[in-house]
Design a protein around this ligand. Sequence first.
Ligand code: SF4
Length: 76
Amino acid sequence: LPALTEDDATAKALGYVEDTTKVDAAKYPNHKNDQNCANCNLAQAAQADGRHPCSIFPGKSVAANGWCATWVKKVG
Ligand code: SF4
């Protein structure tokens, strides 16, 4: 799937960034730098390019080290 961009309207609304360490801490005080798309329960297995399909962003792929406000710890 093609890469989601930070300029995408939904991405902006959810504070999506390609680098979890760049999250606005003032806006998202519960964010931690060890939270990323690769360990999010809403991500699917990595594509060949290392990016992940994500159920929040259909038709797009997110960065393994990305993050958005709907991050949920991966179970299992
Ligand atoms: Fe990344 Fe999870 Fe947000 Fe999808 S829901 S963009 S996998 S943090």
